[in-house]
Design a protein around this ligand. Structure first.
Ligand code: DSN
Length: 442
């Protein structure tokens, strides 16, 4: 039977059309079900998010914006995109404009830069080695290749940001954009102070809130709105949505600040952001993903979601305390958020060794450099540990204390197969008690 006529291959389920691929997808389902996911940037989406992504909206081209498309037939995808826009703005009071089309956090960030900066402009962000992100100026990333990059870091000793020092550096460097946000910084960020630092030197403040967006939505971390001029996020971390990005901005910059940005001479900031996304860095938006973003933003406005975020933070605190009580060193002494950075060298291992050891007992983390690390990044002295995924599974502080103990047991007993077997068995028992919401069982 033809693929395009009748009920042939076009109608057959994936498991029949491509058993080889299906086996990998089933393997990944089982990995998610039977391992403890502690990677701080990961989470489990709702069934409704999976459903939206699996719909026929994937068939549609919709370059442009709702009501202003370059293709016909957009009446229904316009509804989906408008819902995503309205819900994103409602979830973050003080946000004035949003573009929901970025395919990823990196592309959202690219659009934010392009909206206001020119090639070669000076930016200043948190150093990658101190918890920043590749797209905040790493030399191997477009941000480091396109812009003149300066970094600020955490203070030696406290391992937290010293805002007086950030201010001093910003006044010296005079970047055209101050970049804030992090992927491995466990403490609260003071966006109001950062905005004052940026605006006092005539620079815009760009906040990448990807890691903490869910906490911000739930009122558990100070909001970058209305302080920042540009704000990006991914939708798949604490927000529990599909993989993708959002870029928020003010409708326009204040006139005295705007005068410093020739790119905005004939346009508003919000229009520049939209143009940066398309046609600046992307072509057709992924309408099925935008629909899934709309679902996640809808669910993030519920009391249940806010309670999950509260539990996420409480769980991170308990896990951090459990690790500290067993001899690990917490960078900055602890956490205010969903993640912690754990110096594992007091346990006698490097970050790379800890990651590999924990993988063998079905606990998934990533090795991570710690500030002022003596080891190179591919070895690292730390691991980054996050509570979002295990919290989504329903685990609470009792499980966090237990998991903290298991982590240290596995590392300290790594030479003894009996210890590994006992820890792996306990991990299996915990996973059995907490199925993954939204994940079909085999
Ligand atoms: N790669 C993400 C993380 O793990 O934090 C950031 O983009």
């Amino acid at each position: 039977m033809s693929v395009t006529t009748g009920r042939g291959l076009a109608w057959a389920p994936l498991s029949e059309v491509d058993p080889e691929l299906w086996a990998a997808i089933e393997g990944e389902r089982d990995r998610q079900r039977w391992k403890l996911e502690l990677i701080a940037s990961e989470n489990y989406v709702y069934r409704a998010v999976l459903e939206a992504q699996g719909t026929w909206l994937t068939n549609k081209y919709a370059e442009g914006l709702p009501g202003k498309r370059y293709y016909g037939g957009c009446e229904y995808v316009d509804v989906a995109e408008r819902l995503a826009q309205e819900r994103a703005l409602a979830l973050f009071p003080g946000a004035e404009h949003v573009n929901v089309q970025p395919h990823s956090g990196a592309q959202a960030n690219m659009a934010a830069y392009l909206a206001v900066l020119d090639h070669g402009d000076r930016i200043m962000g948190l150093s990658l080695a101190h918890g920043g992100h590749l797209t905040h100026g790493s030399p191997v990333n477009f941000s480091g290749k396109w812009f003149e990059v300066h970094s600020y870091g955490v203070a030696p000793g406290t391992e937290v940001l010293d805002y007086d020092e950030v201010e001093r550096a910003a006044r010296e460097v005079r970047p055209r954009m101050l970049v804030a946000g992090a992927s491995a910084y466990p403490r609260t960020l003071d966006f109001e102070r950062l905005a004052t630092i940026a605006h006092d030197i005539g620079a815009v403040l760009f906040v990448d809130m990807a890691h903490i967006a869910g906490l911000v939505a739930a009122g558990l971390h100070p909001s970058p709105f209305p302080h920042a001029d540009l704000v990006t996020t991914t939708t798949h971390k604490t927000l529990r949505g599909p993989r993708g990005g959002l870029v928020f901005s003010r409708e326009d910059l204040a006139p005295d600040l705007k005068a410093n940005y020739p790119k905005l001479a004939k346009t508003t900031l919000s229009a520049a952001v939209d143009k940066s996304v398309f046609p600046g860095v992307q072509g057709g938006p992924l309408m099925h993903v935008i629909a899934a973003k709309a679902v996640a933003l809808h669910l993030a406005a519920t009391p249940e979601y806010r309670e999950d975020q509260r539990r996420t933070v409480a769980n991170a605190r308990e896990l951090a305390a459990a690790l500290r009580d067993r001899g690990a060193r917490l960078v900055s002494g602890g956490t205010d958020t969903h993640l912690m950075l754990v110096d594992v060298t007091p346990l006698g291992v490097t970050g790379r060794e800890a990651e590999a050891t924990l993988d063998e007992v079905a606990i998934t983390v990533n090795k991570n450099a710690i500030p002022f690390d003596r080891n190179p990044p591919n070895i690292a002295s730390g691991i980054r540990v996050g509570s979002p995924a295990v919290t989504t599974r329903g685990m609470g502080t009792a499980e966090m204390r237990q998991i903290g103990g298991l982590i240290v047991d596995a590392i300290e007993g790594r030479a003894d197969p009996a210890v590994g077997a006992r820890v792996a068995g306990t991990v299996h028992e915990i996973c059995a008690r907490f199925p993954v919401p939204g994940l079909p069982e085999a």
